[in-house]
Design a protein around this ligand. Structure first.
Ligand code: DOR
Ligand code: ZN
Length: 373
């Protein structure tokens, strides 16, 4: 089923340029309205397809909502980047699981090609997760249906038990929730999203082939110290929160390992600056503007650039059972002059809005040594 070009990959590298098969983003928040219009072109620039998270207000729970949201995404992309950009980009929609989700609705959406996957948010775990699932036992018919039809379950893997330390919530989720879930449903296709711990890496490595994981650029670059570097740094706050250095190193090892269970998912999650810089700031790192460059930096630092294409462009589609992209992208190495200004620190919301605000992208003010041509 997989494209024959996998074995004769277009990847080629020399010191200055790296050409790889066009990548996809297997986890992104594109938002809605003015924010959608401001951010969508950043994702569509390097990525051919993106798994679009459904945690809008209200969440995307029905086939009709997903179809309407997909249309809004393409309209916003056309308005901000033109018709050719919109024609070249495929949003892959997801269903937000609630305790009242009907298996029939999921199955219909999956069979009709509207839903690519369904997302499990433990209720209260993160942004707009209130309508999520309180107890996995309450959605057994839904999970059984997904297992039967081969529909991937995308998991925000954190327990919400306030007695559990926030830095342990992923590891405890794996032990208390995910392991038992996979024992009950061994055929279920699961993506443990945005993994942040060595525990998650080891769990996914040991699991059967129907379990995979996405890794974000920010969890490859920062550890939890970044949140407190010289003061409180809301731009580095996301969920699951960054962990200790040993966990970051385990994630880097997984990303460059060539293990097809680990693939690219940015979890780009924009929040306007005023919502981040607040007494109760929102979780989410907006990495879409430089996401592929950010991953390239990591693979370059690890002397593993020849593995970037598999991670970014091959392992995701293979896990989802989708064809590989035919096009390519080229990254160029650039040596920054010391006096050169870093990447732009702020992006204005493109569209007029009654709450004008700005977005601060990940790597703002820094230099990256790879640039998309
Ligand atoms: O940091 C995060 N931001 N983590 C999530 O799980 C949700 C996301 C968002 O939607 O802002
Ligand atoms: Zn997310």
């Amino acid at each position: 089923m997989y494209n024959a070009r996998m074995s004769e990959s277009p990847s080629s590298t020399d010191r200055e340029r790296l050409t790889i098969r066009q990548p996809d983003d297997w986890h992104v928040h594109l938002r809605d309205g003015a924010l959608l219009q401001a951010v969508v072109a950043h994702t569509a620039r390097p990525f051919a397809r993106a798994i679009v998270m459904p945690n809008l207000k209200p969440p995307i729970t029905t086939v009709a909502q997903a179809q309407a949201y997909r249309a809004r995404i393409l309209t916003a992309l056309e308005a901000s980047a033109g018709a050719a950009a919109a024609a070249a980009f495929t949003p892959l929609m997801t269903a937000y699981l609630t305790e009242t989700t009907a298996p029939e609705e999921l199955e219909r959406g999956f069979e009709d090609g509207v839903f690519t996957a369904a997302k499990l948010y433990p209720a209260g775990a993160t942004t707009n997760s209130d309508a999520g699932v309180r107890d996995l036992a309450h959605i057994t018919p839904v999970i059984s249906c997904m297992e039967r039809i081969g529909m991937p379950l995308l998991i925000h893997g954190e327990v919400t038990d306030p007695a559990v330390d926030i830095f342990d919530r992923e590891a405890v989720f794996i032990e208390r929730q995910l392991q038992p879930l996979l024992q009950r449903h061994p055929g279920l296709k699961v993506v443990l999203e945005h993994i942040t711990t060595r525990d998650a890496v080891q769990f996914v490595e040991a699991a059967p082939a129907n379990v995979g994981a996405t890794i974000t650029p920010h969890h490859l670059h920062i550890n939890r110290n970044a949140l407190f570097q010289g003061g409180l740094r809301p731009d580095f706050y996301c969920l699951p929160v960054a962990k200790r250095e040993q966990h970051r190193l385990a994630l880097r090892g997984a990303a460059i390992s060539g293990n097809p269970k680990f693939f690219l998912g940015t979890d780009s999650a924009p929040h306007p600056r005023n919502a981040k810089e607040s007494s109760c700031g929102c979780a989410g790192i907006y990495n879409a503007p430089y996401a592929i460059e950010s991953y390239a930096e990591v693979f370059s630092q690890e002397n593993a650039l020849e593995r970037l294409e598999d991670f970014a462009s091959c392992f995701g589609p293979r896990f989802y059972g989708l064809p590989l992209n035919e096009g390519t992208i080229t990254l160029e190495r650039r040596e920054a002059a010391p006096e050169e200004a870093g990447l732009p620190a702020l992006l204005e919301l493109a569209n007029g809005t009654d709450q004008p605000s700005r977005l601060v992208p990940f790597h703002a003010g820094e230099q990256l040594s790879w640039r998309l041509t």
